[in-house]
Design a protein around this ligand. Structure first.
Ligand code: FES
Length: 126
């Protein structure tokens, strides 16, 4: 069901764990499977995502997608992070089984919620 890239990211994710000093958090859940992705971002004063980490309760694909989402947003301006799509996450993993495509959508949602949370904390409307 999972290709080698997905399995590697699931078994040895590089971005797993909470992020000390995170100033944006996005929590996305899928009520049908119960999976939850929590994405932590540390955004610097220039609005650049300096660091990204995740804590995910979910299937191997959800964990692999979370790990890739962190890699994709790191180094981007916070508003550019909104452009990271589930398709990009899917492609980065070399594809996902049809039954797991939603896991990449959940990771995209977590990014969007983290950006929203950042602006909310900054007192801005996005
Ligand atoms: Fe629920 Fe992967 S099966 S997000």
């Amino acid at each position: 069901m999972y290709n080698q890239t997905v399995m590697t990211k699931f078994l040895r994710p590089e971005n797993a764990g909470a992020l000390r000093g995170a100033n944006a958090v996005g929590k996305a859940g899928n009520s049908s499977c119960g999976d939850v992705i929590k994405l932590y971002l540390l955004v610097d004063e220039e609005g650049v995502v300096e660091e990204a980490k995740f804590k995910t309760f979910g299937c191997p694909a959800a964990i692999a997608c979370s790990d890739v989402a962190c890699d994709l947003v790191r180094g981007l301006k916070i508003d550019e992070a909104l452009d990271v799509s589930s398709k990009e996450i899917f492609d980065e993993l070399g594809g996902l089984d049809d039954s797991r495509v939603y896991c990449s959508v959940l990771a995209e949602d977590a990014i969007k919620l983290a950006v929203e949370n950042y602006y909310k904390k900054k007192g801005k409307e996005n």
